[in-house]
Write a protein that binds this ligand. Sequence first.
Ligand SMILES: [Zn+2]
Length: 105
Amino acid sequence: MNKLSIKKGDEVKLLSGKDKNKRGKIIRVLPKYSRIIVEGLNVHFRFSRPKKAGEKGQRMELPGPLNISKVMLICPHCGKPTRVAHEVSDEGNFRRCKKCGKTLN
Ligand SMILES: [Zn+2]
């Protein structure tokens, strides 16, 4: 999958790792590293230190980056995990679901 296959806001399914088969929405794309950050997936916890004495530290959930090749796009039309076809037209480039043939974006 190249960096244009998926983008922020897409729903994806994770193909491997501890969250295998889980779904989530892409909240960030890091094209330079071929990585994405998906809401609720590959989450690790970080504890912030208390700012004042007597205050409790806070536990924060942080979704970690995932390699783009480890996810598959879920088509919003047919709801199936799919590969993306790239097409070029006069109006520009667009993506198409290989399962149902409908245009994505
Ligand atoms: Zn589809």
